[in-house]
Design a protein around this ligand. Structure first.
Ligand code: SF4
Length: 121
């Protein structure tokens, strides 16, 4: 079955509306992009959409009760729910250093969850 989608390119502020068709996981560009960068973006968005993930986790004995975190790479959209579920269960001990790996290979994604802030004891 063929699915046609309009994808707004976010690579630059122009925000081209790119029309694509996906047939059995094959990508076809129908138009709307003003440059080649839009093709890669639309292809990835149509076949394997991913998002950078940010959130926070609880901290034991820290100067603050939460530490902000981010994924080391964009997470596949269909995996975001299981990743967030795992993040929710975590509690780290202070001190926490910015850039520290909080969870390695979260939900089997080969993506790590990193602290984006330092928290003292
Ligand atoms: S297709 Fe090119 S010009 Fe259009 S929004 Fe994407 S990067 Fe910008």
């Amino acid at each position: 079955m063929a699915i046609e989608k309009e994808i707004t390119c976010i690579v630059c502020p122009i925000g081209c509306k790119i029309l694509v068709r996906v047939v059995e996981n094959q990508f076809e560009l129908l138009g709307g992009n003003k440059c080649k960068s839009g093709i890669d973006y639309a292809k990835s968005e149509a076949l394997d959409p991913r998002r950078m993930l940010t959130s926070s986790v609880l901290v034991n004995n820290g100067e603050w009760p939460l530490v902000s975190i981010k994924s080391s790479k964009p997470v596949q959209k269909y995996k975001i729910y299981s990743v967030l579920k795992e993040i929710k269960k975590i509690k780290v001990n202070a001190p926490v250093r910015s850039g520290q790996i909080i969870i390695k290979n979260i939900a089997g994604t080969k993506i790590d969850i990193l602290a984006t802030k330092s928290i003292k004891k």
